[in-house]
Write a protein that binds this ligand. Structure first.
Ligand code: MV4
Length: 430
C-alpha cells in the first residue's frame, strides 16, 4: 500500500501497535502513528484510535489492508462519517457479503451459479432433515456469519445430521455470536478458484481473471497461482463476464474476490462467497496482468472512472505465490516468534518479494505468523514453479522457523507439477 501511494504521489501514514514500532512498514511510510498496545482489540481493531490517527495527520483516505477491520462494515461506515475516503466497497455491500446466506441469494439474483442448497437460514433440525433429503447427502451446514471454515460441519448421511447440526451451531455461536446456519450440497472433489473483480463508483466493472488457491492447510492458503490450469478460455471469459456483471449489479466498488468451488468431475463452477477486501494473494494477479490493484483501489476511492476496459487486459505468463509463515511445519505449525537474525533472498528475474521483516526484526507472538510472500513469474507454469523454487532454495532465514521447506516439497510434488489440485489435499504431503 505504501509503495502504491508513493507511485501515485500520495503521502502515506502507517498506524502500528507498540511492539510493531520498529517494523519495516513503519519505517517505509512517510508518517506513522502508534495506536496502542500489542493486544489487537486495543490497537489494530480500535476504530476510534485509527480515526484519531487519521484526524491528527490530516489523512484524506483509509486503506484497511487485508486483515483486522478490512471487512468490517461499521468501520467503513465510521470512516465515511468522518468525511474520509474509504478504500473499499460501500458498507452496505460489505454487510451483505458478510451474511453468507444473503450473499448466496444476491449471487443467484445477479446470475451466478451456486451449489444446490437451502433458501436461506434453516430454523430447525426437522427442516434441516427435509432440506438435506431434498438436496441429497453429503451436505454441509454453514454458519451464516461464517467464513474461514468455522461453523461448518459435514453430514454424510441422515444419521450424522443431528451431530453436525449441533456442532455447527455451537461453533458458530461461540465464534460469531450467531448460530444461524444454512445448508449446501457438499462438493467432495473440488478446486478453489476465485475471480478478481474491479468496479468503479460509476457502475463499471471488469474482471482480472482467476486465481487457483486449492492448496491450503486448515483454511490457511499455502500456495496460490494465476491463472488456473483447470479453466478453459471459454469458461474464463464467460464466468469472468458474469462476475463483473454481478459486481456491478450489487453496487460493488473497488477490488473484490468472488470465490467458487469447481467440481472436478465436470469442471463446473459454483459461487460460495465474496470477499470484499483486497486479498493477500493479489500479487499473482498483478504479475500476470501487469496491473497494480492497490493503485487502482486508491484511484477508484478517489472517484475516478475505470480507465481500462475488459479488452485491455490479457494474461501474460504464470505466477505463483508462497506465503512464508514463521511456524514449524514439523511441529503442527506451531508459531515460532522471536528475532529474525538473518533474512536473505537471492535476486532473481521474475521474483517479487513482499516481506514484513528484515534481519533484526522481531516476529511478535500477537499477530498472524506470515512474515513474507514470494511471488514468482514465468513465461509458463513450469518456469514460474522454477522461479519460486529457486527463491525458496536461496531463502536464508535464521532465528525463527518457516514453512518454506514444506512449500518447496509441495512445488516439487508430481501432483503439483501436473496441476492436479483439490481442496483438502496437500500435494506431496497428504
Ligand atoms: C464448501 C466445500 C464443499 N462443498 N462448500 C471452506 C471455507 C469456506 N470458504 C467454504 N469452504 C468449503 N465450502 C460446499 N458446498 C468445501 C469447502 C472447503 C474448502 C474450500 C476452499 C478451500 C479449501 C477448503 C478446505 C476444506 C473445505
Amino acid at each position: 500500500m505504501i509503495r502504491a501511494c508513493r507511485e501515485l504521489g500520495i503521502e502515506s501514514v502507517a498506524v502500528h501497535s507498540e511492539p510493531d514500532r520498529d517494523a519495516p512498514f513503519v519505517a517505509e511510510a512517510d508518517h506513522s502513528v502508534c495506536i496502542g498496545p500489542a493486544r489487537a482489540t486495543h490497537s489494530y481493531l480500535d476504530i476510534d484510535a485509527i480515526l484519531q490517527a487519521a484526524a491528527q495527520t490530516e489523512a484524506q483516505a483509509i486503506h484497511p489492508g487485508y486483515g483486522f477491520l478490512a471487512e468490517n462494515a461499521l468501520f467503513a461506515q465510521m470512516v465515511l462519517q468522518q468525511r474520509l475516503a474509504w478504500v473499499g466497497p460501500p458498507p452496505s455491500v460489505i454487510r451483505l457479503m458478510g451474511e453468507k446466506d444473503a450473499a448466496r441469494e444476491a449471487a443467484v439474483a445477479a446470475g451466478l451459479p451456486v451449489v444446490p442448497g437451502s433458501d436461506g437460514i434453516i430454523p430447525t433440525l426437522d427442516e434441516a432433515r427435509v432440506e438435506a433429503d431434498r438436496i441429497g447427502y453429503p451436505v454441509l451446514l454453514k454458519a451464516v456469519a461464517g467464513g474461514g471454515g468455522r461453523g461448518m460441519r459435514r453430514a454424510d448421511d441422515a444419521a450424522s445430521l443431528e451431530t453436525a447440526w449441533n456442532e455447527a451451531r455451537r461453533e458458530a455461536l461461540s465464534a460469531f455470536g450467531n448460530d444461524d446456519v444454512y445448508l449446501e450440497k457438499y462438493l467432495d472433489d473440488a478446486r478453489h478458484i476465485e475471480f478478481q473483480v474491479l468496479a468503479d463508483s460509476w457502475g463499471n466493472a471488469i474482471h482480472l481473471f482467476e486465481r487457483e488457491c486449492s492448496v491450503q492447510r486448515r483454511h490457511q492458503k499455502l500456495v496460490e497461482e494465476a491463472p488456473s490450469v483447470a479453466l478453459t478460455a471459454e469458461q474464463r471469459a464467460s464466468m469472468g463476464a458474469r462476475v463483473a456483471h454481478a459486481a456491478a449489479a450489487v453496487g460493488y466498488v473497488g477490488a473484490g474476490t468472488v470465490e467458487f468451488l469447481q467440481d472436478r468431475r465436470d469442471g463446473e463452477l459454483y459461487f460460495i462467497e465474496m470477499n470484499t477486501r483486497l486479498q493477500v494473494e493479489h500479487p499473482v494477479t498483478e504479475m500476470i496482468t501487469g496491473f497494480d490493484l492497490v493503485q487502482a483501489q486508491i484511484r477508484i476511492a478517489a472517484g475516478e472512472k475505470l480507465w481500462i476496459g475488459q479488452d485491455d487486459l490479457a494474461i501474460d505468463g504464470h505466477a505463483i505465490e508462497v506465503r512464508i509463515n514463521a511456524e514449524d511445519p514439523d511441529d503442527d505449525f506451531r508459531p515460532t516468534p522471536g528475532e529474525v537474525t538473518r533474512f536473505d533472498l537471492p535476486e532473481l528475474d521474475g521474483l517479487r518479494v513482499d516481506a514484513a521483516v528484515d534481519a533484526g526484526s522481531k516476529v511478535s507472538p500477537y499477530y498472524d505468523s506470515m512474515i513474507a510472500k514470494l511471488i514468482g513469474w514465468g513465461a509458463d507454469r513450469e518456469a514460474s514453479i522454477a522461479t519460486v523454487r529457486a527463491a525458496l532454495g536461496g531463502l536464508q532465514v535464521e532465528g525463527v522457523c518457516t514453512t518454506a521447506s514444506l512449500q518447496d516439497r509441495i512445488l516439487a510434488a508430481p501432483d503439483f507439477a501436473a496441476g492436479d489440485l483439490r481442496v483438502g489435499v496437500i500435494p506431496g504431503v497428504d
